[in-house]
Design a protein around this ligand. Structure first.
Ligand SMILES: Nc1ncnc2c1ncn2[C@@H]1O[C@H](COP(=O)(O)OP(=O)(O)OP(=O)(O)O)[C@@H](O)[C@H]1O
Ligand SMILES: [Mg+2]
Length: 256
């Protein structure tokens, strides 16, 4: 593959916890290439290593061995400061439970990391970007609300805005719809589908086949081994039902 078309690449990625007896091998030699602009979905049973893979790819967790490169730059060679700078400027994160500060309103929660990462002369642009994102994802009207005064779906769309405020190269999402009902989950996935259409690379973990069908490709982990990978092609609303049926069939064969 042409180097310019690769955003993330792992080679022989392994993670072992030696604090247990016997040691727990959570990831075993994962080789993975994520294409620029790709929407990659990670699936697998609980405990198969999905979150650990996501955190290793994003440099939040250091692997025991193997390597991860972001646009050709090896993450393991970076200092903690360099790594956190890359996370702030090149990566966005969405978790199952959004971590927001309860003493700030929705807009200030979204703005906080954007302003931290922006040089002084780019602050006004960062603020304008956040307001445009909130408008786009339908949460501008709750800008001044406290975080306990909004729905789970609104809060998750706010965390997508926060993750995008720094214009990341890659958006990492760990079960972003895991705590939502199916209608709120659909809203959040519409937002992520939009982000993908803009060209942002997405790596997302999910248990839910109805959510996984939004991706371009699904990989399946079993006991820390990447056992299968399936290309789905570009998602559209018309083919969603058929895609889900095919994906379910594939997942059943894998023992999901
Ligand atoms: N600090 C630790 N020490 C020992 N084992 C750990 C530690 N952290 C995680 N593990 C183990 O690593 C394995 C993989 O965990 P991980 O969170 O990546 O799984 P997952 O696929 O994301 O699961 P889930 O679907 O439940 O979120 C689990 O068996 C877990 O018990
Ligand atoms: Mg997990």
């Amino acid at each position: 593959m042409n180097r310019a078309t690769v955003t993330l690449e792992s080679q022989e990625l392994s993670k072992t916890y030696y604090s247990t007896d016997p040691p727990t091998e959570v990831l075993r030699g994962v080789d993975l290439t994520v294409r620029a602009g790709e929407f990659l979905v990670i699936m697998g049973a609980s405990g198969s290593g999905k979150s650990t893979l996501l955190y290793s790819l994003s440099g939040m967790d250091r692997p025991t061995s193997g390597s991860v490169a972001l646009q050709g730059r090896q993450l393991e060679s970076l200092s903690d400061t360099e790594m956190s700078n890359i996370r702030l400027t090149r990566m966005g994160f969405v978790f199952q439970q959004p971590h927001f500060l309860s003493n700030l309103d929705v807009r200030d929660n979204i703005l906080l990391p954007a302003l931290k990462g922006a040089p002084k002369d780019q602050r006004a642009a960062a603020i304008a970007r956040v307001d445009a994102l909130m408008e786009r994802f339908g949460i501008a009207h709750i800008a001044g609300h406290g975080i306990t005064q909004v729905s789970g779906g609104q809060l998750q769309r706010a965390s997508i805005c926060r993750a995008l405020a720094g214009e990341p190269l890659v958006l990492f999402a760990d079960e972003p719809t895991g705590a939502l009902d199916s209608s709120m989950s659909g809203e959040v996935m519409d937002a992520l589908t939009d982000v993908h259409r803009d060209g942002t690379t997405i790596v997302m973990v999910t248990h839910d086949p109805a959510v996984a069908v939004r991706g371009d490709r699904v990989i399946y982990l079993r006991d820390g081994v990447l056992v299968e990978s399936r290309e789905l092609g570009t998602w559209n609303a018309e083919s969603a039902g058929r895609r889900e049926d095919k994906l379910l069939e594939w997942l059943r064969k894998l023992g999901f």
